[in-house]
Design a protein around this ligand. Structure first.
Ligand code: KG4
Ligand code: ZN
Length: 382
């Protein structure tokens, strides 16, 4: 079967087309991500209203690119039946998208796709709605069923692309710009959140710390680049590791961000601008975040005697974090499998949505049930 997936939960517009064989082998036909980084950079963070506008602009061109790459973009010889009125109702709140989608639907043929998967939460609700309504229009116009997909589950299941043998129970650490959760997976599709952040997410901490240091957005990758250039070993830990020794599996990163702010403010202006200082700060911020994530994940893995550890989410693209997880697992829990996506699949993309849609293909809904499909910014994995 072929699945077309739509992902708009934050600031990336992702469209992918995935082919799954009867045996469940995957072939990626296309995975196109249109990033909004340049738009949000000026503000040092994501503005939902701006992000919603960008998704409206980017969805149709991203879909065209994905269809072209998959060999599915064919000009329609016959004019499609007029369904504009219904589409206008679905896209009542997305007028810019409406203007772009009508000429697209009139011009091109229905692609050879069996299912549409769309992220319906969690995430920024205005952004989620654009993706959901876009998927509804495609579903309605082409008469293809839809399956709604949980974004956190997608960050976990993207690992199935390369690793079909996940041994259960497994533990997954999902660390992104919006979430930091430790999730116990008893068996495929059965999740329990053991702990999560009480305030800022780990990615948010990277982004806010970068802003304090005058670095650009998103901060995670920039901090990791500066950190990797630091010479010599760290001599002292000068930032806190919040909640590192608590017995629960929760996290807290807002105190770390505040500590970065106070430490930075105390430095003379000349030091604040020096490369050596920035490199040391970045290395320490990164290490503080890794220390907490690593300690709590290994603790949960031992407590629950898990057989697999799975990472996902934008922060799992961090090279140093991946390396330190691998080393720790090799040393302390040798027989545990360790899976982490390729860096470009750690951050948001449509392929993760397609894979998750495949696993939930039996929960698809048809045309008559489309009005029931809603976006939910606070959707929980279960
Ligand atoms: O999963 P994602 O693309 O979007 C959300 O669902 O939030 O994650 C984005 C987050 C940002 O906070 C970004 O700074 C962080 O992932 N990130 C990184 C790295 N690459 C992206 N954090 C640390 N190291 C990286 N290399
Ligand atoms: Zn994400």
């Amino acid at each position: 079967m072929k699945i077309l997936a739509v992902e708009t939960s934050c600031d990336d517009t992702g469209i992918a087309i995935l082919e799954a064989s009867q045996k469940g082998d995957f072939k990626v036909l296309s995975n196109i991500v249109s990033s909004q980084i340049e738009v949000h950079k000026k503000y040092g963070g994501v503005y939902p209203a701006l992000a919603k506008r960008e998704h409206q602009k980017n969805l149709v061109p991203t879909l065209i690119e994905a269809l072209k790459k998959s060999g599915f973009l064919r000009v329609n010889e016959q004019k499609s039946k007029n369904k504009n009125l219904k589409i206008k109702t679905i896209l009542e709140r997305e007028p810019e998208l409406y203007k772009k989608i009508i000429p697209f639907l009139q011009k091109y043929e229905k692609p050879d796709v069996d299912l549409i998967a769309v992220t319906n939460g969690p995430g920024l609700e205005p952004c989620l709605w654009v993706g959901v309504n876009f998927a509804k229009v495609l579903s309605y116009f082409w008469d293809i069923p839809i399956v709604p997909v949980n974004h956190i589950e997608s960050h976990i299941l993207v690992n199935y692309l390369k690793n079909k043998k996940i041994n259960f129970p497994a533990i997954s650490l999902v660390v992104s710009g919006g979430h930091t959760q430790l999730i116990l997976i008893k068996k495929m599709g059965s999740y329990k959140i053991l702990g999560e952040t009480r305030d800022d997410a780990a990615g948010e901490c990277f982004d806010k710390a970068a802003k304090i240091l005058g670095l650009s957005y998103p901060g995670g990758q920039i901090i990791s680049e500066f950190a990797s250039k630091k010479l010599g070993r760290m001599t002292s830990q000068f930032l806190p590791r919040p909640m590192i020794s608590t017995k629960d599996y929760d996290f807290s990163f807002s105190g770390l961000k505040t500590a970065v702010l106070y430490h930075h403010r105390k430095q003379p202006a000349k030091i604040q601008k020096s490369k050596k200082y920035i490199q040391e700060m970045c290395a320490e911020i990164q290490q503080a975040i890794i220390d907490v994530l690593l300690k709590k994940t290994i603790k949960s893995a031992k407590d629950y005697k898990v057989k697999t550890i799975i990472l996902g989410g934008g922060v799992s693209a961090n090279k140093e974090l991946r390396k330190q997880f691998q080393n720790k697992i090799n040393k302390e829990i040798k027989n545990t499998l360790f899976f982490v996506p390729k860096p470009d699949l750690s951050t948001d993309n449509g392929l993760m949505t397609a894979i998750t849609g495949y696993f939930h293909r039996n929960q698809k809904i048809g045309r008559s049930d489309l009005p029931k499909l809603k976006a939910d910014g606070n959707l929980r994995i279960k």
